[in-house]
Write a protein that binds this ligand. Sequence first.
Ligand code: C2E
Ligand code: MG
Ligand code: MG
Length: 801
Amino acid sequence: MSARNPSSLCDILGQLVMGVSVANSKPDLYDAVAKHLPLLIPADRVSIALATADDTELEVIALEGLADTLQQGVRLPCNSRTLVGDCWQRQIPQMATISENSPYQDLVVLAKQGLMVAMSAPLITSTRRLGTLNIATTCADLYGESELELLAQVSAMVSATIERLDSIYHSQVTMERHRRYAERLEILNEMGRRLSTAKTEESTFHTVAEAIEHVLEAERVSYVVPNPGGQSCQIFALTGNDVIPKAHSFPLEGSGIAAVLAADRPMAFPDLAAAAYREHAMLVSQGLRMGWSVPIHMNGSTVGILNAATKITWPFPEDALTLLSALGGFMETTLERISAQREVETTLQQMEYRAFHDSLTDLPNRYWLDRTLRSDLQQHSVDHTRLAVLFVDLDGFKEVNDSLSHSIGDRLLCAVAQRLQEQLPADGEIARMGGDEFIVILRNVQSNDDVSDVGQQLLNALAPPFFIQDQPIQVRGSLGMSLFPDHGETPDELLKHADLAMYAAKAGGRNRVQMYSRPMSERLQERIELEQSLQQAIARDELFLMFQPQIEMATGQICALEALVRWRHPERGLLSPGLFIPIAEEIGQIGDITAWVLNRSLQTLAALRSHHPDLYVSVNISAQDLLEPLRLQQHIQSALEQYQLPGTALELELTESVFFQHASTVEGTIDRWRQQGIRLAIDDFGTGFSSLNYLLCLTIDTLKIDRAFVTSIQDNQRTQGVVETIVSLGNTLHMTCVAEGVEETSQLMKLKELGCCKVQGYLLSKPMMADQLLEFLARNSSEGLNSLLAMHSVSSSGKPL
Ligand code: C2E
Ligand code: MG
Ligand code: MG
């Protein structure tokens, strides 16, 4: 060994320091020390021995140089019988001669390699005696105090580095723990975030299961729900090992699930093989060792069991159970939230459904229609396609509703809704507007004819009678149609125009389809104006009466006068009742008009009665009037009283439909009239409902044979037959028959021949003004029927009556 100069020593020290400081791990460090140390302190052998965990032995963990004895891995006792043990115990650097006689056992062994002197210095950190750094040389006089001192310093440096590595290691371990912790927190955060938006039980389970797989390192996570009846259960959802697959049902008896259900608390199964549960045995067959089960509750009852199983063995299974319980808690709150949310959604859906559907027929309602039409129209204007709105209104529904019952009416509407619905084409939808009005939307319409065809099919569907409570009921419909964009661009316009067309269909004879056209709007405008001015007509004294006499065939004498109302419209001139009475009925004006007619006709009669005491006046009563029988009765009563006339001075003309519609209500009212001596006539007999039952039940005085029969009586044998039948029916039931609309002498003769008692018609007299009556009656009194016929021939020759 040669002496080194200081500068090369500095280099060597630098290398050693460098080798030590770049070491990332203890083995690297020990190797670097063992390798570089002989350059600083000449040595033939360098070793590092570290104390075992129990501090009883020192193990050689790094070795350079002579390595035949005390090789790496050899363990030496930690006591004073070895140099390393002595140094470790006393914690001071030691130098000793190596010989076969040495008191140190390790030196005895080293002597075999020819080594002469050994030095050991302690490796120590602030918390632990780590071991020793040892060198040995074959030169007997190479080491002295300064080498020992240097070894001690290198040892201190190595110790400091070990301490640094330790603290790095510890901080790495700590950091790793924190990293894992943070990772788990991140998994849990992610789970929480996903659970907050989970919408189904399935997705809730999978989110929780994913977290369980990470946190518990679970091989299998399952959610088991009890089947109804409580005898078995089923795997509702599953991740991982599927030895017992999803949807599999198994009996509860003898199962771990049953044990958890019975205990109703989280349970750990640290050794799945130990418990004799059937499904656990299947898991064990797949290498699963530990298991945990947590009952999931909702609103106080157990709805399922969350289970996890691992292949690894957790040192603290109860901790894992706590963790699973916490995750089960997340599942519980999420399931409860989903269930509550579903309830709210269901309620909202029901509310929405109710808001947009008709409660009677369950069809969409007018709000739905408005919303749907709006969006449909937007779409159709983008696509440049056409859309049709069909307005269906039932004919005769009101009669059914009033005459039968509202509950039958309701059932009829439901049946109608169903039939219409069955006729809808693929692109069609139907809504109920209210009452007996239905709207059909047809999308992507190709031609007007297509729309009309669908409309006709809808009406045809109504043709077969409906059977409600085994009762056949016949209703038909009138249908108006409007098209987008041809007839309007907004829902309101289209509906208004389809309504108008429906109106026209009704006016055109009902039970028909009608496409909207512009002139309808103009007619509507006229109609609106008419309605408005009709409301003022009585107050402005624009109504007046004309009277048409009824003549007794046998005597030729006038027995009655039918009061017929007229309206002198300020702009449109004379308007007939056929035009304005239906409007008055619709706008609720008819009651006032009837009251006015009753009053004025009795006033006129009162003036005539002094000369013609048996004369009576016949007044037309609208069906609408009978909806308020008390009011009508009051008007009759007050007019009779005002002009001091008996009931026999008045006849009331009702149409057949009145008896059909108001059968139950009219009965009492008619009784009262009868008691007063008021006559009752059926007007336009033969044109209304064919049910003649009422003729038997009610006491009726007069049948007015409709003009239609009289007109064709001459040419048509069958009509003659009908008239003859009516006359004989009248005779049988003690009713007088009045033939209406007699225009020709031949008709008069025929009626006489058939036994008809009374006649009314242009042949005898057109309706006349009140001031003409007195003279007319006087002439008739003296000259009888011939005078009237003569007058007629005069009037027909062109001279005014
Ligand atoms: P109605 O009660 O059947 O009255 C008979 C109608 O036939 C009257 O028409 C009368 O002018 C007409 N007429 C009578 N003889 C002949 C004839 O020989 N040939 C023809 N072509 N027609 C004849 P008007 O006055 O236009 O009345 C029509 C309908 O209006 C009436 O039919 C009645 O239903 C109703 N009406 C008239 N006045 C009133 C009223 O004050 N109240 C109510 N509610 N309805 C009324
Ligand atoms: Mg009449
Ligand atoms: Mg009539």
